[in-house]
Design a binder for this molecule. Sequence first.
Ligand SMILES: *Cc1c(COP(=O)(O)O)cnc(C)c1O
Length: 822
Amino acid sequence: MKSATKDKTPAAFPPNPGSEALAAEILEVLKYRVGKDTTVATPYDWLTASIKAVRDRIIDHWISATKEAYEQQEKRVYYLSLEFLIGRLMRDAFSNFGLMNTVREALASLGVDFDVIAALEPDAALGNGGLGRLAACFMESMATVDIPAHGYGIRYANGMFRQEIQDGWQVELPETWLDHGNSWEFERRERAFEVGFGGSVESVTDKEGRLERHIWKPGERVLAVAYDTPVVGWRANRVNTLRLWSGMPVDPILLDKFNAGDHIGALAESNKADALSRVLYPADSHMAGQELRLRQEYFFSSASLQDILQRHLSQYGELESLPDKAAIHLNDTHPAIAVPELMRLLMDVHGMDFDRAWSITGRTFGYTNHTLLPEALESWPVPLFERLLPRHMQLVYAINAQVLLEARATGRFNDEQIARISLIQENGDRRVRMGNLAFVGSHSINGVSALHTDLMKKTVFADLHSLYPGRINNKTNGITPRRWLFQCNAGLTALAREAIGDRFLDDIEAIRDLDGFAGDAAFREKFAAVKRANKVRLAELVARRLGIRIDPSALFDIQIKRIHEYKRQLLNILEAVALYDQIRSHPERDWAPRVKLFGGKAAPSYHNAKLIIKLANDVARVINGDPAVRGLLKVVFVPNYNVSGAEVMMPGADLSEQISTAGMEASGTGNMKFALNGALTIGTLDGANVEIRERVGDDNIFIFGLKANEVAERRSGGYQPRAVIEGSPELSQALSAISSGVFSPGDPDRYRDLVSGLYDSDWFMVAADFDAYAAAQRTVDDVWRDPHDWNARAIRNVARVGWFSSDRTIREYAKDIWNVPA
Ligand SMILES: *Cc1c(COP(=O)(O)O)cnc(C)c1O
C-alpha cells in the first residue's frame, strides 16, 4: 500500500533564470517563432513571445511529471467536464512558476509593460459559470497537490458569448477567443479518435447460434483531435494536461459529391464535424434539449474514453485493472453517456461480458451532482437517443434491467419507487434520465455543499440512495487561492505575508493566523488601505467602461453571477428601489453612501433573466440621474461579467450578495472568493453560505430570510404572496413604482410579467424574504458606519475561510472517491 499522503518537497519555485536570461529567451522566441524583430513587434507579438518563452520552461516539468506517473504506475484522475471556465492563463502560469517579477523585469528591460500585454490575453470562457469555474480551479489544485490528472473537454471555437448592454438590454455577440491563435495549446493530430453517430447494430452469433457480440455500424463518423494545454500547479509541483477535443471530418471533402458537381454537399461532413466544437450552450442551470448538445456530450465522452483505454492498454496490456489505475470523474451529467460508452468499449470492442464490464465501470466512475432544479436535470427523449446512439440505447436498457432487478429483489420498493429508480422516465414522453444513469454507473455520487448533499438524499436521489446507501457523499466546493487571492489581490497577499509570514502561501488554512490582527488598530488601517486601493482600481474600471464615477469611500455592494430568478437579483433591485424612495422621503437621515454593482449574463432564451438585466439598467439610469439622491446611492450594471472581471470585482467588494432562495443554490463559489478577499456576506442559509457562517461566525456575516425547509413548507402550505406584498409598505411602494413606469417612462407595461409573477406565484420567495432582507441591509449600514468594527469583521472573514480552498476539496476527492495519494 502506498501511503495516503505524499512526501512533500520543501516549498520552493523551480530555478529562476534571472531577468536578463529570460529577456534573451523572449527575444529569441520573438525572432524565430513569431518572426518579428523588436522594431515591428506589436504588443500582441510580445504577449505571444512571453507566453512561449515561459511555456518552453513549463514543458520540461510537464514531460517529467508524465514520465514519473508512467514509471511509478501511478493511478491517474480523469476529470470529464463539458466546461472549463479558465480565464486568462498567463498570470496563473507565471506566478505558479515563480517567474512573475522576472518576466516583468525582463519585459521592462525590453521597453514592454507587462500589464499592457497581460490585458491582451483572451479570457478563455469555455464555461457558463460556477460549474465550469470549479473545473478550472480543480485542474489547478490537482496539479498543486500533485495528483496525476487529465481534464477532458471540448475546445469550443466560440465559448461563452460576449455580453453588451445596448439601451439597457443584453445583446449577445460571439466570442472569438482563438482569433489570434492560442499560444498555450499544442495540437496533437496524432491523437485523434473516430466517434460515430446513428446507423444500426448488428449481432454476431457463434456456430451454435448463440449471441457473441454486438457490432455498432455508425451511419456517420467524425474525428476528435486533441489540443493540450499544460496546467501548472503552485510552485510548479506538477504540470498536468487539459485535453480539449476539436471536431474534424474523417473525409474533409466527399470527392464523389464534389465530382458530381455538388460542391456544397461535398462539404457537409466537414460542416457537421465543425459544429461539434463550434459553440458552448449558453444556458446555466437549464437543460439544452437540442440534438447537437447530445452529440457534443457523446463526442467528447467517447474520444476521452478511447484515449484513456488506449493509454491504459499500452501501459498494462489488459483492462481488468482499469479501476485501480484510473478514476474517471463526471462533472455533472453532461458526460453521463460515458457510462454506456465504457460498457460498449469493454464489451463490443474488448470482448468482455456484461457482468465484468459492469463491475469495472462502477468501480471506475464517480459523479458530482450540481443542481436539484428540475429544469436542469438532463433527460433525453428515447427516440432521439435511439436514433443517435442505438447501441447505447440497448445498453441503457440492459443496465436498467439489472438495476430494477436488484431493486425488486430487496422487496423494499413499491411500483412508484421503482418507477423513480428507473433510467427511463415513463410518464409523458419516454426519456432517458441522465442523473440516474450517472448514479447507477458510479461508486460515488457527491453533492457540493453539506446542505445540497442532504437535500439530494431527500429529494432527487431519495430512492436510489435507499437502494445504494453509502454512495452519496459531500464534497463542499472550493476555489484556488492562487488565482483568487495571490494573483487578484497582490496588496492583501503582501500585507498578509508581512503580518504572518509565508506559511499560508503553501497551506492556505494558515491564513487563520491573521485572525488575531482583527483587534490590531495599526493592522486594520493597513488592511483598509489595501481595500481602498482595490476599490479605486474597480472604480477606474467602471469609469473606463461605463463613464460612471463611483466614490471609493462608499460601501461597494456587489452581486455578480449568472442572472437567474433563483439567485434573486430581483430582490436586490427591489431593495435598491425601496432605498431610493426612503432616501428621497427622509433626506435628513444619516444614509450610508452605497454603490450597488451588478454583473452577469442571462441565457439568451431566458426571458425573465433578460428583463431583470433591463430593470437593473433602468433603475440605475433613474437613480444615478436623480439629484435628490445626492450620490448616496448609485446602481451600476457592469457588462460582460467573466473571470477577468471577477478578478477585479472580488477584491474591490465590501459586501457580497449571496441571496438565493434557500435550497436552490447547490454551493456557490463566488461567495468564497468574496470572503477570502475581505468582503462581508449578506446571504441566506443556502449552499455553502451555511458552512461559511459556521467558519466566520455569526457576528461576521449577515444572514436573513427563510431557510430551505421553511421555503418547502411555505410552497406546500398555500403561500399567498399578494397578502405578503400588501403587508409590506416598502415592497408595495417599490412594485407600484415599477408598475407605474417610473423606471420605464412611456412603457409602463415593460415589467408587467415580472411584477405579476411576484403577486401571483412568487416561486422564488422574493416577497416572503423582502422585509428580512431590507432589515439586514440596514444592519449592514449600521456596522459600516463604524469602520473599525467593519474592518475587524472583514479581516476575520479573510482569516477564517482558508478551508474553502479547492486544495482541501481535491484532497477530499482524492481520499474518499478516487483513492489516490495527495
Ligand atoms: C466564481 C464565478 C462564478 C460562480 O459564481 P456564483 O456566485 O457561485 O454563482 C461565475 N462566473 C464567474 C466568472 C466566476 O468567476
